[in-house]
Design a protein around this ligand. Structure first.
Ligand SMILES: [Cu+2]
Length: 176
């Protein structure tokens, strides 16, 4: 009995001590208004400056980046000089017209007769200039304006079997 009372007393003492620590920390943590006023003012003025900085830089940037809007959409046939049908086969391309003049805008209607292919249009330095999926059951539209003369190439961009690498067709673009 005596032991139990001693343990109880010690527990009570320790709990009080912990409570005191909590009260001390809580009392010390109360913000004193006057300490923070200059800091708050500085932060708010910084925030206001940052806001105007964003307004001044981001609005012109957005306008500049969106200057090409509206992008030519899916119903762009009327704007194109030629509408060309492209069909992917294992392993060749069938392209209804392969000779164009510089400055001409071509709308490629790309489909596939068998499996998924990728219609990739490369300029004569083999730099990719336009690409779209060639899929069975879909006609995907890709519009491109040839701005340089030369021999462009259509390459398959999606591995489609043994002779995938052989799916290369030339497209000639001649100066006006
Ligand atoms: Cu292919």
């Amino acid at each position: 009995m005596v032991q139990q009372e001693a343990v109880w007393l010690i527990s009570l003492l320790l709990m009080s001590l912990i409570l005191l620590v909590f009260i001390f920390v809580y009392a010390r943590s109360q913000p004193r208004q006057e300490d923070y006023t200059p800091l708050k003012d500085r932060a708010y003025s910084l925030r206001t400056k940052f806001f105007w900085f964003l307004v001044v830089t981001l609005i012109p940037t957005a306008l500049y980046l969106l200057r090409d809007l509206p992008y030519p959409g899916a119903n762009a046939e009327t704007q194109a000089d030629h509408v060309v049908d492209v069909t992917g086969y294992q392993w060749r391309w069938e392209i209804s017209k392969t000779e164009f003049k510089v400055g001409e805008t071509v709308l490629f209607r790309v489909a596939s007769a068998d499996v998924n292919h990728g219609f990739g249009l490369y300029d004569q330095n083999l730099r990719l200039v336009a690409q779209i999926q060639s899929m069975p059951g879909y006609v995907n539209r890709l519009q491109y304006t040839f701005d340089k003369p030369g021999t462009y190439k259509a390459l398959c961009m999606e591995y489609c079997g043994t002779a995938h690498h052989g799916m290369i067709s030339d497209i000639q673009v001649v100066a006006r």
